[in-house]
Design a protein around this ligand. Structure first.
Ligand SMILES: Nc1nc2c(c(=O)[nH]1)N[C@H]1C(S)=C(S)[C@@H](COP(=O)(O)O)O[C@H]1N2
Ligand SMILES: [Mo]
Length: 326
């Protein structure tokens, strides 16, 4: 759905269902200023409206039509939790670190190189990449391997759209995502906790599944830096660490690639890492999870679902022993 700001700036059904309080408040101030005549003129109206949103959440708006086929029934996690409780080790290992330190990430200009087993290797700048397919809003559950989950209104398009464009060769069996590693922008790189750059990978059929979302925004705005700006992948049926942030290179490969967490501890983090309550992490159970934003002392944990509840991916793993291929 395209966002209409005129004639009625407050008529904004897509975001109104989900935007945090601050945005509504800034919008109210804006409408008031409008009524008082301190903002005038049609061009200015457009600009001022944009600014009111940008200032409220520190981010630029990003219009997208909600795709009803991909809307989790769960209550959406508050914007504040999604943007202040993060794993992004390039910006520190504490959950609060990325929101504090990721301001140094320079997200423009940005380009993504696509190489390896493709007929059409290419390097796309961000604006071109964002226009490969129409942007959609999808509300996905995200389950971290640590035992917590969130529900996030992402904006992006199916990664399969990009795959089509680069025309993989018959040799392409896997996809690798390589993310930015620049110590001038990322204070966490001084900590050798993982091998930088952070990389992740998928089998081709997984990468082609329509649920795999090439993601540019959340909550009606471009991705905040701490959530992996300007472009990341989101794989809702897999543990969160598979969803690599701030991607700079996508490689199509013959062989299964090494991945950051698997290289760190192969017995704890498998290549597949599908959400699976029946396969415990060696150091903790994966049977249940805590929903961020809902926790209190007496809040019951939720049972974790196979594939995080995304049963449509089950055929990808037919005949595979998921205890072995965890
Ligand atoms: N480059 C990079 N991508 C990353 C990570 C990281 O440390 N570096 N952490 C992963 C983990 S463990 C999780 S749970 C998700 C968190 O995404 P979010 O902060 O947007 O919720 O990002 C994943 N992507
Ligand atoms: Mo995670």
């Amino acid at each position: 759905m395209l966002i209409k700001r005129q004639p009625n700036v407050s008529d904004h059904p897509l975001v109104s269902e989900i935007t945090p309080r601050e945005i509504f408040e800034s919008r109210r101030t804006f409408v008031k200023q409008l009524a008082l005549g301190s903002i005038a003129g049609a061009g200015l109206l457009e600009m001022a409206s944009r600014e009111a949103f940008a200032q409220s959440a520190g981010a630029q708006k990003l219009a997208a039509a909600r795709n009803a086929a991909y809307v989790a029934a769960d209550k959406v996690t508050p914007y504040k939790d999604i943007t202040t409780y993060n794993n992004y080790y390039e910006f520190g290992t504490d959950k609060a670190d990325p929101a504090k330190t990721a301001g140094t990430l320079k997200t423009r200009p940005w380009s993504v190189a696509i190489e390896g087993e493709v007929k059409k290797p290419m390097t796309l700048d961000l604006d071109t990449l964002m226009k490969i397919a129409p942007l959609e809003e999808r509300i996905y559950r995200l389950r971290c391997v640590e035992g917590w989950s969130m529900v996030i209104p992402w904006i992006g398009y199916s990664f399969s759209e990009l795959i089509k464009k680069v025309e993989p060769t018959a040799n392409a069996k896997y996809v690798q995502f390589v993310t930015l590693a620049d110590s001038r922008q990322m204070p966490g790189l001084s900590d050798p906790v993982l091998q930088w750059p952070y990389t992740e990978g998928l089998r081709m059929d997984e990468a082609n599944h329509p649920l795999a979302l090439l993601t540019f925004g959340l909550y009606g705005e471009v991705l905040p830096n701490q959530n992996g700006a300007p472009v990341r992948i989101v794989l809702p049926w897999k543990y969160g660490f598979k969803s690599a942030k701030s991607i700079v290179k996508i490689r199509f490969l013959k062989e299964q690639p090494k991945t950051a967490w698997n290289s760190y501890a192969a017995n704890e983090y498998g290549f597949y890492s599908n959400v699976n309550p029946a396969v415990d992490h060696p150091r903790w159970s994966q049977a249940s999870e805590r929903r961020i934003g809902e926790d209190g002392f007496f809040t019951k944990k939720r049972p974790t679902l196979l594939f995080n509840g995304y049963n449509e991916v089950a055929p990808l793993y037919a005949g595979m022993d998921l205890k072995k291929y965890f």
